[in-house]
Write a protein that binds this ligand. Structure first.
Ligand code: PEP
Ligand code: MN
Length: 336
């Protein structure tokens, strides 16, 4: 349920009203926008008499939020939320590119790629240290050693880092990692989502392999419900009947999420297509449809990559991608 506050009501009166609502057992969530202030209410709102609330001086209107996701709902927070990491903003009219190898393979590999990523305008360095692989015999990632390499990259180039976490018990090792990636395979790992909800670390929240938009939003709500509202959604393609591409980029989902949630939404055309030749076209399309940023796999020797070489761009192609998206972003209201 949301309470729209009448224009001109002071912050102190809004705070008082919240206090009274909390006494009724509701959780309150104030969002101060340019045009209006609203209080989002979570809890047993069914027991609240709407007419009684609407009769209060401070309140202009009460609206029920029918969707089961509340804190992630744009109705709760009409303006875009901005997630900030190490001085880099994601969302709220910015356009942010994260890039790097699928897997951290060695310090040398990461340093060379990071130099290119930075030179071409990438703002955040990606690299998987704990890898969720389909086969247990495939490269599983460098683990903690890989996270150490990401720290070294951050120190040398000043780029914040993003890396996938697969087990909440590993959280202490991720202290120096700026954004925790929840991969497609863990989108509904509710225990882990609850644990991440108790931290304030930004979460890059990828869509599950066959998850509906509603399942995705509700899963994000687990993180928000715990108190962590630093969430970045990432569309990474879904499973369809098509086999030519690894996945099918669901551009609809980007537009839908921009409508349904206030959290930033970025696109991953690398996993979305699985083919390096298609990464640039789908990156362009993602920007055009309203994404707040991209995450791109880059490798200097894709043919030797220990994972996802087929979808990795060499630095020269990443540079072209950056030039292209920089031209498109302003046309859709993004500062690139
Ligand atoms: C990745 O980013 O390398 C990855 C494994 O992504 P996803 O979870 O989207 O498959
Ligand atoms: Mn990958």
């Amino acid at each position: 349920m949301i309470a729209v506050i009448r224009k001109g009501v002071s912050d102190a009166r809004v705070a008082e009203l919240c206090e009274r609502l909390r006494e009724r057992g509701l959780e309150t969530h104030v969002s101060v926008g340019t045009y209006q202030t609203i209080i989002g209410l979570v809890g047993d709102t069914a027991s609240i008499d709407i007419r009684l609330l609407e009769s209060l001086d401070e309140i202009e209107q009460i609206k029920r939020v029918s969707e089961p996701f509340k804190k992630a709902n744009r109705k709760f927070h009409p303006e875009d939320s901005v997630v900030e990491v190490g001085g880099v903003k994601i969302g709220g009219g910015t356009f942010t590119v994260m890039a790097g190898p699928c897997s951290v393979e060695s310090e040398e590999q990461c340093m060379i790629i990071a130099e290119a990523v930075k030179a071409h305008g990438g703002a955040i360095f990606r690299g998987g240290a704990f890898k969720p692989r389909t086969s247990p015999y495939a490269f599983q990632g460098m683990g903690r050693e890989g996270l150490g390499i990401l720290s070294a990259v951050k120190e040398r180039f000043g780029l914040p880092t993003v890396s996938e976490i697969m087990d909440a018990h590993d959280l202490p090792y991720f202290e120096d990692i700026d954004i925790l990636q929840v991969g497609a395979r863990n989108m509904q790992n509710f225990q882990m989502l609850k644990a991440l909800g108790k931290t304030q670390k930004p979460v890059l929240f990828k869509r599950g392999l066959s998850a509906t938009i509603s399942e995705w939003l509700n899963a994000a709500e687990y993180i928000a419900a715990g108190g962590n509202e630093n969430i970045i959604f990432c569309e990474r393609g879904i499973r369809t009947y098509e086999t030519y591409t690894r996945n099918t980029m669901d551009l609809n989902a980007i537009a839908a999420l921009k409508e349904l949630t206030h959290f930033p939404v970025i696109a991953d055309p690398s996993h979305g297509t699985g083919r390096w030749q298609m990464v640039r076209p789908l990156a362009r399309a993602s920007v055009a449809v309203g994404a707040d940023g991209l995450i791109i796999e880059v490798h200097c020797h894709p043919e030797l990559a220990l994972s996802d070489g087929d979808q990795s761009l060499i630095p020269r192609n990443f540079e072209m991608l950056m030039d292209e998206v920089r031209q498109i972003a302003p046309a859709v209201g993004r500062r690139a």
